[in-house]
Design a protein around this ligand. Structure first.
Ligand code: AMP
Length: 394
């Protein structure tokens, strides 16, 4: 059962054709720098990489070029559906949905909550519907997994009218990744889908962590938007909201402009002053760069502090699960975080930690209760799986 998975961002579109059961990738690719003269389409088919300039192409041009690859790759007749990553489903969606005009209207209604992400996601849905009209389209929401959070976890202590009239609350993101790695971790631990007390830590350029109790998200670090929570590549994570007014008054910038800096020029980039890439910063810190060293230290400290906070939502901890580019490969960062969490009973196994890289899953602690695991994420497979399941159910 092959599925075309689409992930449309503001100036990029990622696509993949994969088998929803085995996860085998038949075709993967992405269009980047859309809307500019430098727009390109890159794809990999049969282990061969290709690049083609698409000067001036927008999402429409990029998706047309991507769909045009299906027939020569022998994939056109093999698809059962198209799965779309949709970032913000608000409180309207607690699971993946077959796309209908009503579902599109509901995703449009979530645009005020996800103004950067939902419009390009909607564009992808519209264009795919035009280009592949006979295929079922499915929306898989980043927020859906977190709809099981109880009110105490999702309610912000702000006036009722903001909460009721403007949807101000914690929604949480990266839900597809947290759901996937939580299930894989349960399998590694020999647990049923409705068992276990896990903290899943998705650490990449974007970072979030989730408390997963008996297979359900009960708290998470990202909030109304993906800015809250852990320190990220360019996002600050949680800071005192009063800094927005303070910096705006001090610099004469607008609040929106300050918010933009918190999203795009803060986090590891803001701390170090030159890079959002943890690998670069670890190398620079080893070479004596004090700002890079502080960036690495703050990242680890804030991560450990918030991961420990999520244990409150669980009442106990069976396993801490690392995923994302840093979680799957950052041997030194995992060691730092696990060391800071030693008081929970986590005891790193340095050789197991060193081996768990480049897609390898496994336990990285000597301790078994609680333990720390590395589980590579696969959001595309989860999207393909949900798409195939909804198509089969219909
Ligand atoms: P992602 O957004 O999930 O692709 O993750 C990107 C982040 O993973 C970047 O900060 C990379 O520096 C980081 N990363 C990838 N490989 C390593 C590694 N071997 N050690 C430390 N960080 C890594």
């Amino acid at each position: 059962m092959n599925v075309l998975v689409l992930n449309c961002g503001s100036s990029s579109a990622k696509f993949a054709v994969l088998d929803a059961v085995t996860g085998a990738r038949h075709l993967t690719g992405q269009a980047q720098r859309l809307g500019s003269a430098e727009a390109t389409l890159e794809w990999t088919f049969a282990d061969e990489k290709h690049t083609r300039p698409l000067p001036g192409a927008d999402h429409d041009g990029a998706l047309r070029a991507a769909v045009a690859l299906l027939a020569p790759c022998g994939l056109a007749g093999t698809l059962c559906g198209v799965g779309h990553r949709v970032v913000h489903g608000g409180a309207r969606f607690s699971g993946s949905m077959r796309i209908t005009p009503e579902v599109v209207r509901q995703i449009e209604a979530c645009v005020p909550l996800g103004p950067l992400h939902n419009p390009p996601n909607l564009q992808g849905i519209r264009i795919a519907g035009e280009l592949l009209p006979t295929l079922a389209q499915v929306a898989v929401f980043d927020t859906a997994f977190h709809q099981t959070m109880p009110p105490r976890a999702y309610t912000y202590p702000v006036p009722l009218e903001w909460r009721e009239a403007h949807g101000v609350r914690r929604y949480g993101f990266h839900g597809t990744s947290h759901r996937y790695v939580a299930r894989k971790a349960q399998e590694l631990l020999g647990l049923a889908p409705d068992a276990g007390a896990l903290v899943t830590a998705h650490l990449g350029n974007g970072c979030s962590a989730t408390a997963v109790l008996d297979g359900r998200s009960v708290d998470t670090t990202m909030g109304l938007t993906p800015l809250e929570g852990l320190v990220m590549g360019t996002r600050s994570g949680s800071v005192d909201p009063a800094l927005i007014g303070h910096v705006a008054r001090a610099t004469g910038e607008s609040a929106d402009r300050v918010l933009d800096v918190l999203n795009k020029r803060s986090g590891l980039l803001g701390l170090s002053g030159h890079s959002n890439d943890l690998r670069t910063l670890e190398d620079d810190a080893a070479a004596g760069d004090a700002r890079a060293a502080l960036a690495v230290e703050v990242f680890a400290y804030v991560a450990a502090k918030q991961l420990a906070g999520l244990v409150v939502a669980l009442g106990r901890l069976d396993a801490l699960v690392f995923t994302g580019g840093i979680g799957e490969n950052g041997v030194a960062m995992r060691a730092r975080i696990v060391a800071l969490l030693g008081f929970l009973g986590l005891d790193l196994d340095p050789s197991a930690n060193a081996l768990a890289i480049r897609g390898r899953a496994g336990r990285i602690t000597r301790s078994t209760s609680p333990q720390a695991l590395v589980v590579p994420t696969d959001e595309e497979l989860m999207i393909a799986h949900d798409t195939a399941a909804l198509v089969a159910a219909a």
